[in-house]
Design a protein around this ligand. Structure first.
Ligand code: ASP
Ligand code: MG
Length: 413
């Protein structure tokens, strides 16, 4: 007998038929002899509608506390409906809000972090022979205020519940078959991965693959709980997200990801003195603008250029801030380009194979794509390119690294 936490996303509970389908599925798992705890999202579209209502009545910046009171209601609807559907199958089940399972968070409304969960409350429901159905995305802070965990937060609720119960697996049921080597809408040859490490999944999620909220992967990694991302529409296996040691095949590149909405800012001719970077990036960080890639050119005659990327919807704000601070670092001028994309290759196998970066640059050069910035980590290489070449770059890199079956070394170290 295993203890399984099953999370169902918005599309999986999108209408009454689908909720009935989920009810049948969780009951079947239970009847197969497992202990099952269910965590659900709001019905698809529901949270977006609530957010739109908040904007309509609350202005561009609605009160964060009231925003959370409002948007957390979507999940409350689903838990009740799912329990009703389970009752129709003559099974015991009980719904729980975040507060009712002691989902304690900090008070950072709209993006709160989970601090602890009252696992005993869930365990006693299980021992009473019930199927606990928990509302994702929500918790309460120490003053009892309702909080939410950020968009996609039900993934994190589910994984946190799995960690608190020391579950055997956290199954994430969704409308795709698993984690793919790249966006299948862009590259028909993309395929589902059977296994991927937490580290790779974290890179892919931060790079824009939207299957899992990043924090959920961090949680699972810290507690060593396997995540199984799978389709709620059929029984087939999906993708297992597991510890590096449990990945059988260390692919040189397991995924190619892209993010079209980046902007590039260049601050030209700044003095090459200590404190210049701090003078530029301090104001950006205080304004809450997340800077991604950064390069500083080699200095010539005591001056240098500083180039970095920000999300494209922050381009104007970042430009204005840089213009304000340009004089203080002696910069000649500031330029911005909102039409940038970041394309990345991710893979554990990069740790032991040299030549991946060189091969990537070769592939892009062959397509005539100019690389503007480069960043790397141990298992990832990202380049910034002109946005209009995104598709071409992703296809070429996927063909070169994934379709070629690059489990074999690019060049052995
Ligand atoms: N309902 C919330 C959202 O749409 C949380 C979730 O679905 O994970 O972001
Ligand atoms: Mg999601």
């Amino acid at each position: 007998m295993s203890l399984i936490v099953q999370k169902f996303g918005g599309t999986s509970v999108g209408d009454p038929d689908r909720i009935r389908n989920v009810a049948r599925r969780v009951v079947a798992t239970r009847q197969a002899g497992h202990e099952v705890v269910v965590v659900v999202s709001a019905m698809s579209g529901e949270t977006n509608e609530l957010v739109a209502l908040a904007r309509e009545l609350g202005g561009t910046v609605p009160s964060p506390r009231e925003y959370d009171v409002l948007v957390s209601t979507g999940e409350q609807k689903t838990i009740a409906l799912l329990v009703m559907a389970i009752h129709q199958l003559d099974q015991e089940a009980r719904s729980f809000t975040g507060a009712q399972i002691g989902m304690r968070t900090d008070g950072d409304h709209t993006r709160a972090r989970i601090l602890s969960i009252d696992a005993d409350r869930i365990r006693s429901s299980l021992s009473a022979g019930e199927l606990p159905v928990i509302a994702g995305f929500q918790g309460t802070d120490d003053d009892g205020n309702i909080t939410t965990l950020g968009r996609g937060g039900t993934d994190t609720s589910a994984v946190a519940v799995a960690c608190a119960l020391d579950a055997d697996v956290c199954e994430i049921y969704t409308d795709v078959d698993g984690v793919f080597t790249t966006d299948p809408n862009m590259v028909p040859a993309a395929h589902k991965l059977n296994r991927i490490s937490y580290e790779e999944m974290l890179e892919m999620a931060s790079l824009g693959a939207k299957v899992l909220q990043i924090r959920s992967v961090k949680f699972a990694m810290a507690y060593g709980i396997p995540i199984h991302v799978r389709s709620s529409f059929h029984e087939g296996e999906g993708t297992w997200v597991v510890r590096e040691e449990d990945v059988m095949e260390r692919l040189v590149v397991s995924g190619v990801t892209y993010n079209r909405s980046e902007a590039k800012i260049c601050v030209l001719g700044v003095k090459d003195n200590p404190g210049v970077a701090a003078a530029l990036f301090g104001p950006l960080s205080r304004a809450g603008i997340v800077v991604d890639m950064i390069i500083q050119n080699l200095s010539q005659d005591g001056t240098t250029d500083m180039t970095f990327t920000v999300p494209s919807d922050e381009c104007d704000r970042a430009l204005r801030l840089m213009e304000e601070h340009a004089a203080s670092v002696g910069a000649e001028r500031v330029e911005g380009d909102p039409g940038i994309a970041k394309v990345s290759v991710v893979g554990l196998g990069m740790k032991d194979h040299a030549g991946v970066a060189a091969r990537m640059f070769e592939v892009l050069a062959t397509e005539g794509i100019n690389i503007q910035l480069i960043t790397t980590s141990e298992i990832k290489i990202s380049v910034a390119i002109e946005e209009k070449y995104t598709e071409l770059a992703v296809r070429a890199l996927h063909a070169a690294f994934v379709e070629s079956g690059a489990t074999e070394p690019v060049a052995e170290v």
